[in-house]
Design a protein around this ligand. Structure first.
Ligand code: SF4
Length: 385
């Protein structure tokens, strides 16, 4: 049985995001002028439905020719709100076992890949390597296997790592019982759950079986996590999954805005991973090229000036180096996407291939060379590898 719609699901219905996206395709240059002028103020006052319409305008093809102006405005807002600090984190894959079948994922149930679930002691060994590299922010990642990666397992892992890592987040299955509260009590700080696509019909096409197939259960998970005391929320949409990728960016922005307003004690961060090759062989249904990707992240920054933006090693080095000077506030570095990938690489299937293979030290050096301070211990991890 599917979960009932949560609070944001009801708001999403009212917003008519597909309608906003469709209307923006006809955007005129004059409309781009107006939207840019309003959002470039960067005080967050232009949120809500009117702000969302302006965001749709800045995402439109007609705004593509204004990319330099949009990026410059985003850079100014990012510097004003976040300064020159960029948080670094590392994903730690604890398991690639999964009982869900998502058409685009290399961990999907039924795929003939080498599976591995780390013991809590093995997780501690992996974490020790990341600690040696300087990380104090950890993102524990797993497939959705409620037996191999059970609530008890996660509580034990978080409890063991807690004394050594001030910021621990999970990117695992969603929970509908008291698990978020138990994890917070064990030392959990953040939860990352990507909705992947906010288009219900496309969602059910690509989420073939398993818990993740329940759109509403997933969409309302942040509401349960925040009410259980989780302090940091990371959300995202997977570009390339739905044809109308602009609608997914709009819905993601609306979701982040909703969470930041309703749960004002939490910090919210967003990510827009682009679909990468994996063992699934799933091809993107739309190509979001680099220019459109930069436009989307810059426009998101203007719409939501206080929301963190996370960029993963999925993206190539040169693009990451540029985006950190426009909108990005958190980066992963030196990532492995296979369980045990830091201590014993090559013994299990990775989730997807990464593009930026530089070491954490090299990423830190790049940041310093560009006048930014790499932050290893401060708050604010959140996201995908
Ligand atoms: S996306 Fe997550 S739930 Fe879906 S198959 Fe991959 S690991 Fe499993």
């Amino acid at each position: 049985m599917s979960a009932p719609p949560g609070l944001f699901a009801q708001e999403l219905e009212r917003l008519d995001v597909p309608g906003l996206s469709a209307a923006a395709v006809e955007t005129s240059p004059a409309a781009v002028d107006g939207a840019l002028a309003r959002l470039a103020v960067g005080d967050g006052a232009a949120r809500g439905p009117a702000g969302l319409a302006d965001l749709a305008t800045l995402l439109a093809p007609a705004a593509g020719s204004r990319l330099e102006e949009i990026a410059a405005a985003a850079r100014a807002v990012t510097l004003r709100r976040f300064g020159r600090a960029v948080r670094l984190f590392a994903p730690l894959y604890v398991s690639n076992a999964c009982l869900s079948s998502c058409a685009y994922c290399g961990f999907a149930k039924g795929l003939d890949v080498v599976r591995r679930t780390l013991t809590p002691a093995e997780v501690v060994d992996e974490a020790a390597i990341l600690a040696d590299r300087g990380f104090r922010h950890l993102l524990l990642v797993s497939g959705e296997h409620r037996l191999e990666v059970s609530p008890d397992y996660l509580v034990e892992v978080v409890g063991r790592l807690g004394p050594h890592f001030p910021a621990i987040a999970i990117e695992t299955q969603t929970f509908s019982d008291d698990t978020y509260g138990r994890l917070v009590a064990a030392g959990l700080e953040g939860v990352v759950h990507y909705q992947e696509t906010y288009d219900r019909s496309r969602y059910s096409e690509v989420h073939v079986a398993g818990w993740k197939r329940d759109f509403d259960r997933r969409l309302s998970s942040f509401e349960r996590a925040a009410e259980a005391g989780v302090r940091r929320l990371g959300l995202g949409a997977l570009l390339g999954l739905a044809t109308d990728w602009r609608a997914d960016v709009l819905a993601l922005a609306a979701h982040a805005d909703f969470l930041a307003r309703r749960y004002w004690r939490t910090e919210v961060a967003v990510a827009l991973p682009r679909l990468k090759p994996s063992a699934s062989g799933f091809p993107p249904v739309v190509d979001v090229d680099d220019a459109a990707f930069v436009q989307a992240l810059a426009a998101l920054r203007l719409f939501a000036p206080d929301v963190g933006i996370v960029l993963s090693t999925r993206e190539p080095a040169a693009l990451r180096d540029g985006l950190v000077q426009i909108a990005v506030t958190t980066m992963s570095a030196g990532s492995s996407t296979e369980p045990g990938g830091y201590t014993t690489p090559g013994q299990a299937q990775e989730q997807f291939s990464i593009s930026d293979e530089r070491s954490p030290d090299q990423i830190a050096a790049m940041l310093r060379a560009n006048g930014y301070e790499p932050v290893w211990k401060d708050a604010f991890p959140l996201v995908d590898a």
